[in-house]
Ligand binder design. Sequence first.
Ligand code: GAF
Length: 387
Amino acid sequence: MMISLIENVKNAFIKQFNYLATDIIQAPGRVNLIGEHTDYNDGFVLPCAINYQTMVAAAKREDNIVRVISVDYGNAIDSFDITQPIEFNKDKMWANYVRGVVKFLLSRGFKFQGADIVVSGNVPQGAGLSSSASLEVVIGQTFKTLYDLDISQAEVALNGQQAENEFVGCNCGIMDQLISAQGKKNHALLIDCRSLQTKAVSMPENLSIVIINSNKRRGLVDSEYNTRRLQCEEAARVFGVKALRDLSIEQFNARIAELDEVVAKRARHVITENARTLQAAQALSENNISLMGKLMAESHASMRDDFAITVAEIDKLVDIVKTEIGDQGGVRMTGGGFGGCIVALIPSELVDGVKAAVVSQYSAATGLDASIYVCNASVGAGIVLEK
Ligand code: GAF
């Protein structure tokens, strides 16, 4: 998979630009094991980067033009001059991730000239596996590499988030860009989304990461996401704290009556999810799979009942997998919600049984076919070393 993506961008580069790319750079998608909608509450998340990436072939130019070709959009080309105001491209949505990243690198004071870039990826799009964040991060990483910019991986991530928030218009937190920029092979990262400190948590060897896409089209994602965010901010305001991260469940319960009923449920999800995420990092590092499974089940119930971001198809998938694995692993929805994927941590010998259960039960119940990806926790963005 990796090799063909590399070949793909290299060959497209020669074909489109008539010379050889100097660098091949990748940034991965991610799966979040636990800690959902906690990142923009200054809380904790536990994602890992996955072995599905956005790949770039690139070379510097001697002028100030950036030319980008997207192989996955029929070799569509976008081109802009970095010395002119960088505007939103309403005809090519994918190009705005590139434009936004370049615009904010410049506004952060980084000095560089133009580039020729070819992009292609195999992160499933619209599935909640961060294909957009991986594009933002790979573009930041490309300018870092081509022009030897003195920018940390955390700033590459923050710059990508800024592009998403202020250029593309989605008010996401930092999790997706940060794990794409800093992922570690065979590890999940416990990320403190306030300090941006990370702690690598080794993935137990015999545990497979299975991602199952419900293929339920994600609807109303941005508006619902932004509503949840506002509800969390409202709860923090009522409690007089900077973010929900600053409240324990005891403090919250003592004053819950001051909150609107819906806002209280949203806040309870975030506060309990932060506590679960810290516990989960510990459980995973101690190979305590039954505790990890219990925490993932509680996380799913909280997303379903308090945060109201699951849909029937996702709940069904979780039920199918849970029934199959019992307490030998964990399963929950992953990502922003309203469709998308579930993630299961399963002893490798149970993977075939889970696949069979999903194939035989999911479409009968929902009329949809699920896609199943067995993944590895992978390295974050960087230059691809070729042998
Ligand atoms: C999306 C966002 F982009 C992340 O920042 C995060 O909030 C996630 O939803 C929910 O945990 O992926």
